[in-house]
Design a protein around this ligand. Structure first.
Ligand SMILES: Nc1ncnc2c1ncn2[C@@H]1O[C@H](COP(=O)(O)OP(=O)(O)OP(=O)(O)O)[C@@H](O)[C@H]1O
Length: 262
């Protein structure tokens, strides 16, 4: 399988001396579906930001490949919902179309071909009835599919999803994951989620990020592997609905258990 991304020994930090990520190595392959899990503050989003070029590593390297050659690659990104300005007055269609901005010539408008592409993607996302609706009037699941449409309309080589379950529209969760399976036929996916059970049921490979990165080839992981890699957070997985869900055992002194997110 061809590699599309290779991270070698990266160490990443912000202002403080203590690194958030330390000597991390990771390879992502064509058609890969990598789940990234890990405790709160473990460095998952920092790793995504580093891949996206938003944060510069203190040391180490990131290389991208296409067709066996080192080059830049096209990356689509679905952010966490709390990073989205839902009050921005823009329609579903325009949000999806904006994913094609890079193809626009200076001062030119979008071509009919680009508009048709955006409509096709809206259809794939089940949003054809909402094209003119402002994004502030969408449900969580509709907003999520709109932003996913924007992330894939330019046919990225790699799609990065940060906490897709944060959009909390349980009714459409299964549909959303079916769309991801379809996208994964042509695109590598990296999915960050707190929901270990969902990750396990969807992905092909798993990495647990907790300052270091623990890679697990295949999705058949054991609770003891999870406990070992999470270190500070005992964890178990229970069956619930279509996907198993994670339950953290409450215990003293664990920042995960006392976080507002839980
Ligand atoms: N811009 C920043 N400046 C300084 N510190 C930051 C910044 N962004 C993140 N951090 C710190 O880096 C650490 C890792 O944060 P990061 O968001 O990468 O973790 P995470 O695993 O994605 O967490 P969560 O599961 O809570 O989303 C945390 O201690 C956080 O406070």
């Amino acid at each position: 399988m061809n590699k599309i991304l290779e991270i070698k020994d990266i160490t990443v930090g912000y202002e403080t001396d203590k690194p958030v990520l330390k000597e991390v190595n990771l390879s992502i392959f064509e058609n890969d579906f990598l789940g990234i899990i890990g405790p709160n503050g473990g460095g998952k989003t920092t790793l995504l930001k580093t891949i996206l070029g938003l944060v510069k590593p203190v040391s180490g390297s990131i290389r991208f490949f296409k067709g066996g050659h080192e080059t830049s690659i096209n990356i689509g990104y679905l952010p966490q919902i709390n990073r989205v300005d839902k009050n921005f007055p823009i329609s579903v269609f325009d949000v999806i179309l904006s994913g094609l901005t890079a193809q626009r010539k200076f001062f030119n408008y979008y071509t009919n071909e680009q508009k048709n592409k955006a409509k096709q993607v809206a259809q794939m996302m089940g949003l054809e009835a909402f094209l003119n609706r402002p994004i502030g009037n969408l449900s969580g699941g509709q907003l999520q599919r709109t932003l996913l449409g924007r992330a894939i309309v330019d046919e990225p080589d790699l799609l990065i999803l940060d906490e897709p379950s944060s959009y909390v529209d349980k009714r459409f969760e299964t549909d959303f994951y079916k769309i991801l399976e379809k996208i994964n036929k042509n695109t590598a996916i990296v999915l960050v989620s707190h929901d270990v059970g969902t990750v396990v049921s969807l992905v092909k490979n798993i990495a647990c990020v907790n300052e270091g990165l623990h890679y697990h080839s295949g999705a058949n992981i054991s609770t003891s592997w999870l406990e070992k890699t999470y270190t500070s957070c005992p964890i178990e997985i229970v069956g619930h609905g279509d996907f198993p869900h994670r339950v953290l055992e409450k215990h003293e002194g664990c920042k995960c258990c006392n976080s507002d997110d839980e």
